[in-house]
Design a protein around this ligand. Structure first.
Ligand code: GRF
Length: 195
């Protein structure tokens, strides 16, 4: 069984967590989400974890050093093979990325390398896409390095924006694309590095 850990913040709704969990179980894949780590005491993702019977650890982000040290302990003591970010908004340090010693993936709600970087999360991304007049957007899964939304892109899904009237319409369409992309991308990546 491949073991993955999911990191998220207080804003995470847990919709990507649920989508990846459903993808692994519907396809009977040997992948388990061993636990979720959340930085916020109260976060909607706790309810999703309860419904899926996934442990949800609260590690407050008092400082980068303290958060990363505690997170490394939990990841290492559970034999995690991939860390997946889902709405995790903090930058991870080069030391953490080195010491965790397993790949860290992230999903971003746009077609990187465009519309990424500091401040580009949530509706800010979709408003920027909307204001640019782009006719397509999409979702990107990439390896995490110590710059926001910057590491190697491993999977993308494009969506057509023809029928989108508002930035909220783009958000809805892109989120659906994320749900069909992340679990599959994690599985393909796991196979490519561990087989
Ligand atoms: C997603 O839009 C993802 O692209 C971004 O954070 C959001 C998390 O949403 N990195 P959810 O918690 O999975 O619903």
């Amino acid at each position: 069984m491949f073991k993955i850990a999911v990191l998220c913040s207080g804003k995470s709704r847990g919709s990507n967590l649920k989508a990846m969990h459903d993808y692994f179980s519907e396809h009977k894949l040997p992948v388990e989400v061993s636990f979720v780590i959340r930085t916020a005491k109260i976060a909607p993702i706790t309810e999703v974890c309860e419904s899926l019977d996934i442990k949800c650890y609260h590690i407050p982000y008092k400082s980068a050093e303290q958060f990363e040290e505690e997170t490394l302990d939990v990841i290492h003591s559970n034999g995690i093979q991939i860390v997946a970010l889902a709405g995790f908004l903090k930058k991870l340090s080069p030391v953490f990325i080195r010491d965790v010693a397993v790949p860290i993936l992230n999903i971003h709600p746009a077609l990187l390398p465009n519309y990424g970087g500091s401040g580009m999360y949530g509706m800010a991304v979709h408003k920027a896409v909307y204001n640019s007049g782009a006719t397509v957007s999409g979702a990107s899964v990439h390896l995490v390095d110590s710059n926001y939304d910057h590491g190697e892109i491993i999977a993308q899904k494009v969506v057509d924006l023809k029928d989108c009237i508002l930035p909220e319409d783009i958000a809805k369409k892109v989120l659906a694309a994320e749900h069909s992309l992340y679990g599959k991308a994690i599985w393909e990546y796991l196979k490519s590095i561990y087989s």
